[in-house]
Design a protein around this ligand. Structure first.
Ligand SMILES: [Zn+2]
Length: 269
């Protein structure tokens, strides 16, 4: 018999006892259940699913609660797939193993910080666990392939986006579609600025060449990619790790120094 695991959904800010009975999601595959057990063992706490609104285009998010509980946040209108949950479980596992988060030495506009984290740091981190997801039988790029196959999808243009970030979603898309370059090429054809494409290709090349495997390597690659993608925002360099003890784990945050923009960008434009 297939082992069926149900995580109980904790509804934040909702004390209605009827709502708390809602079973959230199920993990069907034994290796997904094993991953869940591994994460719980690393944190010495069970994984909690929290129903909460997230920014647009975010299907789920991994976080560590102040008491050290591993948390997967899911928007109330989304029904996460097993692949979504496994994806977030891998992020939680990596956080416990020291991969952590990033923070900039001087405050950048919050939309910029969010984008650099979601669309630059995350796609680099994915290269570390996507091979394992594939071994488990998942296609980690399934959703993005579906969206990009729809030629009318507007993934690149985002209203009100800072112009210096135009290449950032392109990089995220190209990273996500590394295994299906034909989908990427037909999606961008005639709709993306040539300079942006050239820069994005060079940034993806940096990641492919580096193949980061440790927290330090990941940040070193990230810094190079930031200096390639967004040189007008500043010159980026790694300074140190900030450590925060949360329950059984130490959550690491890489502090990234931002200095004046360089007149010699890493990537050719
Ligand atoms: Zn991710």
């Amino acid at each position: 018999m297939r082992r069926l695991l149900i995580l109980v959904l904790l509804l934040t800010g909702n004390r209605n006892p009827a709502a708390a009975q809602v079973p959230a999601f199920q993990l069907m595959r034994s290796d997904a259940v094993k991953l869940l057990d591994d994460v719980a063992r690393l944190y010495k706490k069970r994984v909690i699913a929290v129903n909460t609104s997230l920014s647009a285009n975010v299907s789920a998010l991994a976080e560590v609660a102040i008491d050290g509980s591993p948390v997967i946040k899911v928007p109330p209108d989304r029904d996460p797939t097993e692949a979504d949950l496994v994806h977030e479980l891998f992020h939680l596992k990596l956080i416990a193993e020291g991969f952590g988060f990033i923070r900039f030495s001087r405050p950048l506009p919050s939309a910029v910080e969010t984008r650099l984290s979601q669309w630059v740091k995350d796609p680099i981190e994915h290269t570390i666990f996507f091979p394992q997801m594939k071994e488990m039988g998942f296609n980690p790029a399934e959703q993005i392939e579906k969206i990009a196959s729809n030629t009318r999808a507007g993934l690149i243009a985002e209203p009100g986006q800072a112009p210096e970030l135009s290449v950032v979603p392109l990089f995220a898309l190209q990273m996500a579609l590394r295994d299906s370059p034909a989908v990427f090429e037909s999606f961008i054809k005639g709709r993306v600025n040539e300079t942006d494409i050239a820069v994005s290709r060079q940034a993806v090349e940096i990641v492919s060449k580096d193949e980061p495997g440790t927290p330090d390597e990941e940040i070193a690659t990230l810094v190079k990619v930031l200096n390639c993608l967004v040189p007008t925002i500043g010159t980026f360099s790694f300074t140190n790790w900030d450590l925060q003890k949360k329950g059984a784990v130490t959550v690491k945050t890489a502090i990234i120094q931002v200095e004046a923009p360089s007149d010699r960008p890493v990537c050719r434009r």
